[in-house]
Design a protein around this ligand. Structure first.
Ligand code: BG6
Length: 529
């Protein structure tokens, strides 16, 4: 058995090697129970991220991962599947000796989440673990299940007394949290009846992305940008999360979700919060979440019948992606032939407060778009007076700042420079900051960060009940309108294009255009911010 000090040294060394200097080994033992853990999420994200934490010496010395699922699968087969997931998705090279050591911590039980006896067996198992470790463990109940199980599981955990130790029991809900405001209120009501808010972690994996976490660092650790971060200097802001992928075998889920529920309600509105929030007094979890929820409360609401003025929906038809033909949404497995589900959504929002009054925020997201890219562009106003002669300003473009969230990670500032030569000719140029060039390492996967925060009990990058509810309340009129007024023009964009024409019109009304995806240079940039 390795000595504790050896492990701590190993943790420090491996964390430093991977650039994760601040990750440390949680002190208390952890019992992680994943409900629905035989599904895709555990295979693709959770187990590979846990493996990475394990490799970095950032899992506690004593920990167990218990997978509970209704799937009729043998433990050995599930472990083979996890092995394959780690091979494909871990950020570390998979060495068999590491896998052997790591997989000893994982067990599987086929269980019915609605059955009382499941929870008494779980309770006995958790107690036995603690006895074996001779220490009190933190139990984490990770609900990687469809939302219809959230209330049932929370309730059953409560009845079995597994919620009682407030500092030693946490529950995590995967998105989607609810289907609309009403169902979310009900989930929150049941969960909060069984668990204290400080025990509840609601995940939005975008908040675990390094580039998303950097938004607050960029805004509030640099004096330069914050003074111009308001309606006096900003013309409009656009947030794009464009995906090239289609449904990836999730037809039946997506049919009942659509782009607005799947992406806007959570990921895009969280990005909006980070861009628009006021400076927090501290990075205390509730302080940050208070400031974010203030943004959501300030988003202008419209009556249902005005939906068409600020919201656009789309659905992809057949098209070409990277030179190959791809089917339309209605031809995807699990999708109804006349489906009315949107695979694209764009919104124009206003935030009614002193900082942002009348500044449009354009949000768009879609599947099967021309390029995979997530970026936020702050478009600054033109200069108040153009002193240069007209011929010098032919190429003139306003200053913009682009936060590249993924797949390239960095920041690009565009401004004007004088082109070298006798004549004064202005030309837009860019300065780049690229994570890879600055830090030399790939950023940790979002789930690694989220799981680590979950283990140490830091809820700052998780969503509070009121945030989720406020986000739903913004979208309810749109959902209501779209549900009751089926789209007459679906499919209205070809796979591989940039979405429906109406999305262009939405921004053109204020004289704007959607920005073309910014690319960071592939080699070392000449200038770094
Ligand atoms: C998930 C959505 O929350 O986010 C998926 O359910 C989407 O539909 C995914 O593809 C996108 O995440 P990422 O990290 O690949 O941008």
């Amino acid at each position: 058995m390795p000595k504790k000090s050896d492990n701590v040294k190993k943790a420090a060394r491996t964390s430093a090697e991977t650039g994760l200097a601040s990750y440390r080994r949680p002190r208390e033992p952890i019992n992680l129970v994943i409900f629905g853990g035989a599904g895709d999420l555990a295979w693709r994200k959770l187990i590979p991220a846990l493996f990475d934490l394990f490799k970095d010496g950032c899992t506690p010395e004593s920990f167990a991962v218990t997978i509970l699922d209704a799937a009729p699968i043998r433990e050995s087969d599930l472990l083979k599947r996890f092995h394959d997931g780690v091979r494909q998705f871990s950020q570390n090279r998979l060495r068999e000796s590491d896998w052997k050591e790591f997989s000893r911590h994982i067990s599987y039980a086929k269980e019915d989440f609605t059955d009382k006896s499941t929870y008494s067996r779980l309770s006995e198992q958790l107690a036995a673990m603690e006895k074996g470790w001779d220490a009190r463990a933190v139990s984490i109940y990770y609900l990687a299940t469809p939302p219809r199980f959230f209330s049932i599981i929370a309730d059953m955990l409560g009845k079995a007394g597994l919620n009682r130790k407030r500092k030693h029991a946490r529950i995590l809900l995967e998105k989607p949290i609810g289907h609309d405001l009403k169902s979310t209120l009900e989930i929150n009501r049941v969960i909060t009846a069984r668990f204290h808010e400080s025990q509840i972690f609601r995940i939005d994996h975008y908040l675990g992305k390094e580039t998303v976490r950097n938004i607050l660092a960029f805004r509030f650790a640099n004096l330069l940008f914050e003074p111009v971060w308001d309606r006096r200097y900003v013309d409009h802001i656009s947030i794009t999360v464009a995906e090239q992928v289609g449904l990836e075998r999730r037809g039946s889920y997506y049919e009942s979700a659509g782009a607005l529920r799947d992406m806007v309600q959570n990921h895009l509105l969280q990005l909006l919060c980070l861009i628009a929030m006021e400076p927090p007094v501290s990075f205390d979890a509730d302080e940050v979440r208070n400031k974010k929820v203030d943004v959501l409360h300030a988003v202008r609401r419209y009556p249902v019948e005005l939906t068409g003025d600020y919201a656009v929906r789309g659905q992809y038809g057949p098209g070409r992606m990277d030179g190959r033909k791809v089917p339309g949404y209605r031809e995807e497995p699990g999708v109804a032939p006349g489906s009315n589900t949107e695979t694209f959504a764009a919104l124009r929002l206003f935030i009614d407060n002193w900082r942002w009054q009348d500044v449009p925020f354009y949000l768009r997201t879609g599947k099967r778009l021309g390029k995979q890219t997530s970026e936020i562009v702050i478009h600054f106003r033109p200069v108040p007076h153009q002193s240069f002669p007209l011929e010098a300003t032919i190429n003139w473009m306003p200053v913009s700042l682009t936060l590249c969230i993924q797949p390239r990670e960095g920041i690009v500032l565009r401004f004007q420079a004088k082109r070298p030569g006798a004549e004064v000719v202005l030309q837009p140029v860019t300065m780049h900051f690229s994570y890879r060039d600055a830090f030399g390492l790939p950023s940790p996967d979002a789930y690694k960060t989220l799981l680590w925060d979950l283990m140490i009990g830091d809820a700052t990058i998780f969503m509070r009940a009121d945030q989720v509810e406020a986000a739903w309340s913004i979208l309810m009129p749109v959902l209501e309108y779209w549900d009751t007024h089926p789209a007459a023009d679906f499919p209205n964009y070809a796979a591989g294009s940039w979405g429906p024409k109406d999305a262009e019109t939405l921004v053109a009304r204020q004289g704007c255009i959607w920005p073309f995806p910014t690319s960071l240079p592939p080699v070392h940039p000449a200038v770094m911010l």
